[in-house]
Each structure stands twice: as structure tokens, then as C-alpha cells.
Design a protein around this ligand. Structure first.
Ligand SMILES: Nc1ncnc2c1ncn2[C@@H]1O[C@H](COP(=O)(O)OP(=O)(O)OP(=O)(O)O)[C@@H](O)[C@H]1O
Ligand SMILES: Cc1ncsc1CCO
Length: 541
């Protein structure tokens, strides 16, 4: 009698043949994926008749078997039985768990799609072997009847499961760019995802073996760290390596020209758009809710800045944050003047409660204020602290609380991912003498965050079915990308040093335009960053 196979859920490929790149044959593509490290395969065929489905399943199993990888059949118990597949995956509207178990017996794997805590608990008590939690984000492969869960929704389900003996994978809109964020944020107190289920990013890859290697490496990194420590410990990477990463990423912004949608204040709107262009990205400043929704489908990143508070704009910003999260886009928030007035305190509290940010970046007064460390703002000007340990605690605590990267600007900038804190020491005092230099720093973070994503050419605005074309670069191996993005403020601050040195710069007016020129020059010749960048890790208790 067969025994239930031991399953490694690290990288679960769910097939969708319609997404294969031109010239790619399904079984050859599948074999490349298995070579690259796919650990579990689900054959999903929604429109195939029974006989051809069985034929395809048989051929698929011949290959999966060679790689010792279990084959799961989506929905169709009869097909699974016909080819002696290792298991069946069912959704909430398919056959019940008990019925499937009756048909396929105790030694086969059953997976269930779940979208909330109740469905997860029912599946666990019904004896599911694994849960497919999703959709995490919008996905081109499935019409969603429910709103995507986001990373927070996945985490809530995992936490409610406690120590239940069931494996978990997340599914829906997962790509190489958002996998680190998903794995890091859902690994809390010993409970973590056992793997990820991926459709488009693998099925549409022109280099499936490499893509799978990249995915599997990232997932293993987090699963191993979590197994050791309960919560993954992030190491302080060599700052030289981080600087090299910045230098490599700078030209990719211009090559890819990602769209960076801003809803920013009406003082800095022009400078923000020009700084975006200076780096080679594409700005769009739009506030209408209909625009916001369409743009979320094509954005590289969303920059939100609450500098000039207005109720209609605030509503558009909350909508923009939520829409962009459901598309897996980085969302960068600048809480300008967040604690300066009662209205602003209420508005910033609303943002922090209703939105999920990738990065929060403010000046010292704003960040200390939001962290409850006594920061003040005189209007939008910062009243900070000279005490480095208070600055470090503020960014770290706020980052931990909101599960994102937090940066605080000033003479020295402090950035944290909730564990580590890095200090960035570049910059020039003239930065404080022009308005909007902090807002420009937020724009720069947005451009870098966006550079790792871009949509396939020809993808039209409003079409949610486009396939993400994930930039395959060294950064796919760099599990710290979300954190490192923030260190890109260094680029702006080096530009400020170069601008301030220029003979034609006489004061704030000439400095302002020289700053955009120097940012542009740096984006074309980023090697200058190597000798100029100054950053150091803080040792914290
Ligand atoms: N005195 C200084 N010396 C060096 N760099 C500085 C100094 N003041 C600010 N900076 C740099 O200028 C940028 C803006 O920081 P700041 O804290 O002034 O932002 P802000 O108050 O949000 O600006 P704004 O509201 O005008 O947009 C950051 O990149 C920061 O590193
Ligand atoms: C001066 C000013 N007022 C509201 S926003 C802003 C730009 C700098 O944050």
C-alpha cells in the first residue's frame, strides 16, 4: 500500500498553459521549472475535456516523477485517480473535502483554497493537508470574486491557525519583486508560510529554470531563518555591497522607465515630477479616483504625500494605497506635517490605520511624532532630536508596528526595517533651505522601488489581465530589496553635495535647479556614488 508522500511546499507551480511565452512547449517548460527547483506541481485545466485532460496529466506525471516531485490535480478527482496523481486541490465551490477524501483515500494529498479564517479552520478540521491562502494580490489568471487579502490578510489567517498541523502556501499575484515582502511580513512568532504557489511569473517566464531558482532561493532563505529563530533575523549587509547595488540599479530606472504615480502636495508637485524624470522614470500626478484605479494596474510605484491636506484628496490617497497594494505595487508614504495640527494628526492616523505601506518616510519631527517620541513640527518644518538612540528607536519601533520600512530624514537619515537601523550620512545644509527636499527624497525612493517592476510593452491602462514582466537582475537574488530602496536617498544627498559645490550655485534658488541637474547626471554616471556614499549600521540593544 502506498504511503502519503512527504511534500516540500517551497515552490508550488500551478500551471496555466495559455501564459506560455511564444515558442515554449508546455512539457519542456515544465521540465525546466523542475530543473530550477519547483517542489510541487498542480495541473490546472479549466477547459479541457476528460480524455485529453487525462492524457496531459499522464505525460505531466511522467516528468514530475522523474524529478521526484508530487503532482496535484486541480478539482478533478477522476483525473487524479486515472493517473494515480499524488493529490487533488479543491476550491470552496468544488467537491467537499470529505467527498474528495472518500474517493482518493487516506494517503493522497488534499489542498484547499481558503480566503478567510473560517474557511481555513473548516479546512483544517476537515483534514486538509495544505491550505492555499489567497488571493494575496490581484492576479491575471483568475477573476476574483473577493478583494485580495494583501500581506496583512495572509498573516491574519496564519496567526489564527496557531500550531495547527497543516502546511500553507500563499497564492495570487506573487512575483519575484513581492515575494521577499510576503515571506518576511508573514513570518511571525514561529508561524510562517511553507511556500508560495506561483502561476504567471513562472508560466510566462522566458527563462523558467532561472526564475524558479530565484523564487526557491528567496523562499528557502525566509523559511530557514524563521525555523531557526521564530522571526527571521536580518543581517547587516556589507555597506559596500549595498552601494554597489545602488550603482547597478540606477541605470535600470532609465532603461525601464517605470510609471511613478504621485498624489503629492501642491507646493512640490512640479519638483517631484522633475526629479522623477531626472532619474529616468515616468511621473504622473493624478488625483481623480477613476484615474487612481486605472493607474494602479500599470504603476511601478505609488507615492503619497499628505502635505496639503484636503478631504477629497485624502480619500483619493487612501483609495490609491489600497488599489496599489492589491496590485502588489510598492506604496511610499510621506506624512508631511503629520503631527503639526489636530487635523493632520487625525488624517495621518487614518492613513496608518487604513493603508498598508511599503515605506514610510518623513522628517525627524514627523517620524518622532508618529512614533510617540516627542517629535514636533512647526508647520511642515521639523523639530527633531540630536540623540541618535532616540532616532533609532523611533524608526525601528514604527517600522515594526506598521510592518514596513521607515526612514527619518535630517542632517543624518535613519532607516529601519523593524530590526536593523542604518544611518545615511550624505547631504548638504542647503537641502534644508529649499522647500520640498524631503518630498523629493520620497520621490527618489518611489523611483527606485518602481524600477524593479515594469509592465510588458503594449499593456494598456485599465487592463487588469496584463502579465507582469519581472525584471530579472541581481536584485532578484537580493532579498533585502525593499529595505535597500530606502538607502537610495543617498543618491539624492550625494546630488545635493555635488550641487552645493558648483560655482554657479549662489544660494537656495540656484541650488534647487542644480540639484535636479546633478540627480540627472548621477543617473547617467552612477559610479560617482561609489566614493561619495557614506552609510553605517547602528548597533542596537
Ligand atoms: N542640515 C542638513 N545637512 C545635510 N542634509 C540635510 C540637512 N537637512 C536636510 N538634509 C537632507 O535633505 C533631505 C530632506 O530632509 P528634511 O528632513 O529637511 O525633509 P523635510 O523636512 O521633509 O523637507 P520638506 O518638507 O521641505 O520636503 C533629506 O535627504 C536629508 O538627508
Ligand atoms: C511648504 C509646504 N506646505 C505644505 S506642504 C509643503 C512642502 C514641503 O513639505
Amino acid at each position: 500500500m502506498s504511503v502519503k508522500p512527504q511534500v516540500d511546499y517551497t515552490l508550488y507551480l500551478v500551471t496555466e498553459r495559455s501564459l506560455l511565452p511564444n515558442g515554449h512547449e508546455f512539457l519542456t517548460h515544465l521540465e525546466s521549472c523542475l530543473k530550477g527547483g519547483v517542489t510541487l506541481v498542480q495541473l490546472r485545466e479549466k477547459n479541457l475535456d476528460t480524455r485529453p485532460f487525462i492524457d496531459l496529466a499522464r505525460k505531466t506525471k511522467e516528468i514530475t516523477q522523474r524529478y521526484n516531485v508530487p503532482l496535484i490535480i486541480n478539482d478533478r478527482v477522476d483525473v487524479a485517480l486515472a493517473v494515480d496523481a499524488e493529490g487533488v486541490h479543491v476550491g470552496q465551490d468544488d467537491m467537499t473535502l470529505a467527498q474528495v477524501r472518500n474517493f482518493i483515500g487516506p494517503n493522497k494529498i488534499i489542498g484547499v483554497s481558503v480566503n478567510n479564517v473560517k474557511e481555513a479552520q473548516d479546512a483544517i478540521s476537515g483534514g486538509a493537508d495544505y491550505l492555499g491562502i489567497g488571493a494575496v494580490w490581484f492576479t491575471s489568471t483568475k477573476k476574483l470574486s473577493k478583494k485580495p487579502l494583501g500581506v496583512d490578510g495572509v498573516q491574519a489567517i496564519l496567526q489564527a491557525m496557531g500550531d495547527a498541523n497543516v502546511q500553507t502556501v500563499a497564492i495570487g499575484g506573487i512575483n519575484q519583486q513581492n515575494t521577499p515582502q510576503l515571506m518576511a511580513k508573514t513570518s511571525v512568532d514561529g508561524r510562517h508560510l511553507d511556500g508560495i504557489a506561483v502561476v504567471s511569473a513562472i508560466m510566462s517566464s522566458t527563462e523558467p529554470e532561472q526564475t524558479c531558482k530565484d523564487f526557491a532561493g528567496v523562499v528557502r532563505h525566509y523559511v530557514n531563518k524563521c525555523a531557526k529563530s521564530g522571526t527571521p533575523i536580518q543581517e547587516q549587509r556589507d555597506t559596500k555591497e549595498m552601494i554597489e547595488n545602488i550603482i547597478k540599479l540606477v541605470p535600470t530606472i532609465r532603461q525601464k522607465g517605470p510609471l511613478v504615480h504621485h498624489i503629492t502636495n501642491n507646493v512640490v508637485i512640479n519638483d517631484n515630477a522633475n526629479a522623477t524624470l531626472a532619474l529616468g522614470a515616468s511621473p504622473i500626478m493624478a488625483t481623480h479616483p477613476e484615474d487612481v484605479k486605472d493607474l494602479a494596474a500599470v504603476n511601478g510605484a505609488m507615492v503619497l504625500n499628505m502635505g496639503t491636506v484636503d478631504e477629497t484628496i485624502t480619500n483619493a490617497m487612501v483609495l490609491a494605497a489600497q488599489e496599489n497594494v492589491t496590485h502588489g505595487n510598492p506604496v511610499i508614504f510621506d506624512p508631511v506635517g503629520a503631527v503639526a495640527t489636530n487635523l493632520r494628526k487625525k488624517v495621518s492616523a487614518r492613513f496608518l490605520q487604513e493603508c498598508e505601506f511599503t515605506v514610510i518616510k518623513g522628517n525627524a519631527g514627523e517620524i518622532l511624532g508618529l512614533a510617540g517620541k516627542g517629535g514636533k513640527s512647526r508647520g511642515v518644518d521639523s523639530v527633531g532630536t540630536d540623540d541618535e538612540s532616540i532616532a533609532a528607536q523611533a524608526v525601528r519601533e514604527l517600522a515594526k508596528k506598521h510592518k514596513c520600512v521607515v526612514g527619518m530624514t535630517g542632517v543624518i537619515d535613519y532607516i529601519s526595517d523593524g530590526q536593523r537601523v542604518i544611518a545615511l550620512e550624505n547631504g548638504h545644509e542647503l537641502m534644508a533651505s529649499i522647500t520640498g527636499s524631503g518630498c523629493m527624497a520620497t520621490t527618489v525612493v518611489g523611483c527606485f522601488a518602481a524600477s524593479k517592476l515594469f509592465r510588458k510593452l503594449g499593456h494598456s491602462i485599465g487592463n487588469h489581465c496584463g502579465v507582469w514582466n519581472v525584471l530579472i537582475s541581481d536584485f532578484c537574488h537580493n532579498i533585502d530589496t525593499v529595505f535597500t530602496d530606502h538607502a537610495f536617498i543617498t543618491t539624492l544627498n550625494i546630488a545635493s553635495e555635488l550641487a552645493a559645490k558648483r560655482e554657479d550655485v549662489q544660494g537656495p534658488g540656484t541650488f534647487r535647479s542644480a540639484l535636479i541637474d546633478e540627480l540627472y547626471k548621477l543617473s547617467k554616471a552612477p559610479e560617482t556614488i561609489r566614493s561619495a556614499a557614506r552609510m553605517r549600521w547602528l548597533d542596537l540593544v
